[in-house]
Structures are given as structure tokens and as C-alpha cells.
Design a protein around this ligand. Structure first.
Ligand SMILES: NC(=O)c1ccc[n+]([C@@H]2O[C@H](COP(=O)([O-])OP(=O)(O)OC[C@H]3O[C@@H](n4cnc5c(N)ncnc54)[C@H](O)[C@@H]3O)[C@@H](O)[C@H]2O)c1
Length: 346
């Protein structure tokens, strides 16, 4: 069976994707520096495999490695080859993801995200491994209108984080053009992945500063944080709070499998795809749904708007649905229930 290298495979989206790949029978090689994740996640993945009768013995290999360490990456590719596990494709999650931190630490963000990707692509190229799925982001879009964002919508990121994603997409297009007919690349632009695997054994548990809305809601619900801060109640939306496109992390993970299948059965190309639900949910709607589904209080306060926030960021997901024969199937209620289940277990 084919071997897939998953960079950042111990992280939030990476760990869920590893499960989906294992379930499909792939061998998985995880490369992670564990800067924002824990080695315990690997055992949790194995535990879920055991519970769900998914063969994982000898199917997961884990290497602690920073992607910027090109020499070590070369060794990992060579080790896999010598073991008869030639790496066939790469799903590239590894990177730093806090929009706020990226404003404070631009050197770190450009280095980890961009230099890490250059190092990875260099070693892939040397090993003639030319199929890549890259974790891009909705943060690259200008998103200044109340319209569903299409892949061809304006790309004008406003933070260093968004800039790194947009420039990596450009870099990947340059690589594609440099060797016509060889590379198969998909830039998956995620909207707001939340929730967790239904067992509650893996989920979003960042070691670094928490910026994403959902882990903060979970901490407020479990009383580790007093109150949830809603940034602005004067936005031009129905309930005056920001609207986002929340998507269950398992739907995102399954989108990666479908993307790999699409790339492997189609010609060389570089593809940009939105992974979202096309449904907008306001911050207040998310909190109210979470409270109702889990029968728990999430106290909140309104505070000032954050610089750079946008009122409405929602995907048009038609292209991904059409090309990948994929569709998000889990509801906002599922996301809230599964996410809380993870928090209670951990
Ligand atoms: N979670 C979201 O809301 C979201 C939205 C859009 C895009 N993305 C992108 O998707 C990817 C995965 O996101 P996530 O939420 O799973 O993040 P995460 O932080 O949970 O996972 C990223 C993983 O990469 C590892 N890593 C970081 N730098 C590394 C390096 N230099 N070398 C090797 N490993 C390294 C971390 O230890 C972590 O395990 C990221 O690239 C992120 O920017 C995430």
C-alpha cells in the first residue's frame, strides 16, 4: 500500500487526517517538531485504530524533525525508501498558525512556514516525490464583501500569517511551472475547522497561544477561562457579531483523502480549493448552539473589534464538491458536541 508523508501529523487537523488515511489502508509517516502538539497524540491515534478495528501496526512511523532541517528530512526519505516504504505523496500541515502571533513574530512565521516548505519541496524533488496537498487558508482572501468566497476571489492577505500562505501558494505554482507535467499539487484553503473525532480522544489542544475561537469556548465552558470575549457587537451582520464558516475537522480530514485520490487519478496540475461548508454562522450563533447541544453555560462579554477582523468570511465550496466528489456532512451541532466531548476527556 502507498506511503503518505504527513508533516504536522500530530497536530489538530493532521492527526484526524492520519486516522482517515490509516482507515483507507495507507502507510503513514508523520514528521513533526511537536512545537504545537504532543507525542501522546500518536498513542491516541493508535488507540482509536484499535477501537475501530483499523490496522495500524507497522503502518505508522513517526519522526521528530523540524522541516527546516533539510539534512534530517533527507535521512527520513532515505530511511523510508530502505524500509520499502517509498514516500509517494505528501500532505503538508506543519507550520505556525496563530494570526496574532504572526504580527508579533514575523521572522518566526516566515521562517517556519516558508523556509520549512522550501526545505520540504527540495527534498521531495530530489526524491522524485511530486504529489503534494498543502494546508492553505481562507486568511489569504481580501474578503471585503458579503459574498461567498470563490477560489478566484481577490487574494490580499492582511497579516504575516496570511502572507506566508499566499506566498507559499505562489512558490508552489513556480515549482509546478518549472517541471511541466510532473507535479500534482493542491492548495486546500480551509475556513474554520472545529470539533474533534467522535471518540473524544484527539482534538485541538494547542501548546502555543490560543487564537482560534473554538478551543477558547471549550476552556470557558470548562471554567478554565472566566468569560469568552466577543470582539465587537457593531458589525454589519444580522446579530452584529462576525460570521465565519465552521467545518467539522473530520470533514476536512476526509477532504484530504479525496484530494489525494483526485490528484493521483488525474493529470499533472496545480489546484486551489476551498474547504468550507458555504454556511455562515455568527459568533453568537456558535455560542448559543454550543450551550444548547451540551447543556452548559459559556459566559461571554463584548469587547472592542480587533484590527484586521472581517465581518463575513464564508466559502463557496462548489469547486471542491464537484471535483472531489466530497461534501461536508457533519452539522454545527456535531461540531459542538464532539468538541466538548474531547474537552471533557482531556
Ligand atoms: N486550524 C485552523 O483553523 C486552520 C485554518 C486554516 C489553515 N490552517 C493550517 O492548517 C495546518 C494545520 O493546522 P492545525 O490547526 O492542525 O495546526 P496545529 O498547530 O495543531 O498542527 C501543526 C503541526 O505542525 C507542527 N509543526 C509546526 N512547525 C513545524 C516545523 N517547523 N517542522 C515540523 N513540524 C512543525 C506542530 O508541532 C503541529 O503538530 C497549518 O498549516 C495551519 O496554518 C489551519
Amino acid at each position: 500500500m502507498k506511503t503518505i508523508l504527513v508533516t504536522g501529523g500530530a497536530g489538530f487537523i493532521g492527526s484526524h487526517t492520519c486516522l482517515v488515511l490509516l482507515k483507507k489502508g495507507f502507510n503513514v509517516v508523520i514528521v513533526d517538531s511537536f512545537i504545537n502538539s504532543s507525542k501522546k497524540v500518536i498513542n491516541k491515534i493508535k488507540e482509536i485504530c484499535f477501537l475501530e478495528n483499523i490496522k495500524s501496526e507497522k503502518k505508522i512511523n513517526v519522526f521528530k524533525c523540524d522541516l527546516r532541517d533539510t539534512l534530517k528530512l533527507r535521512e527520513i526519505f532515505a530511511t523510508c525508501k530502505n524500509d520499502g516504504n517509498d514516500i509517494e505523496s505528501v500532505i503538508h500541515f506543519a507550520g505556525l498558525k496563530s494570526v496574532n502571533d504572526s504580527i508579533t513574530f514575523p521572522f518566526e512565521y516566515w521562517d517556519v512556514n516558508v523556509s520549512g516548505t522550501v526545505s520540504l519541496l527540495r527534498v521531495m524533488n530530489e526524491n522524485n516525490c511530486k504529489t503534494l496537498v498543502f494546508s492553505s487558508s481562507a486568511a489569504i482572501y481580501k474578503a471585503d464583501k458579503f459574498e461567498l468566497l470563490k477560489e478566484c476571489s481577490d487574494i490580499i492577505p492582511i497579516t504575516p500569517y496570511g502572507n506566508t500562505k499566499a506566498y507559499i501558494e505562489i512558490f508552489l505554482k513556480d515549482i509546478f511551472k518549472s517541471a511541466k507535467g510532473e507535479w500534482k499539487i493542491a492548495n486546500l484553503r480551509y475556513f474554520n475547522p472545529i470539533g474533534s473525532h467522535h471518540t473524544g480522544l484527539i482534538g485541538e489542544d494547542p501548546k502555543q497561544s490560543m487564537n482560534n475561537i473554538f478551543p477558547i469556548i471549550l476552556k470557558v465552558a470548562s471554567k478554565e477561562i472566566d468569560k469568552f470575549k466577543i470582539f465587537g457587537n457593531d458589525w454589519p451582520t444580522a446579530d452584529k457579531t462576525c460570521v465565519r464558516d465552521y467545518i467539522h475537522v473530520m470533514d476536512v480530514a476526509e477532504g484530504h483523502l479525496k484530494t489525494l485520490e483526485f490528484l493521483s487519478s488525474n493529470k499533472s496540475q496545480v489546484l486551489d480549493l476551498n474547504l468550507g461548508t458555504s454556511k455562515g454562522t455568527s459568533v453568537l450563533e456558535l455560542i448559543h448552539t454550543f450551550q444548547k447541544v451540551n447543556n452548559i453555560k459559556v459566559p461571554y462579554v463584548f469587547t472592542f473589534r480587533r484590527d484586521g477582523d472581517k465581518p463575513f468570511v464564508v466559502a463557496n465550496n462548489q469547486l471542491a464538491k464537484k471535483l472531489l466528489k466530497w461534501a461536508p456532512i457533519r452539522t454545527l451541532e456535531d461540531m459542538c458536541r464532539d468538541g466538548w466531548n474531547y474537552q471533557k476527556n482531556n
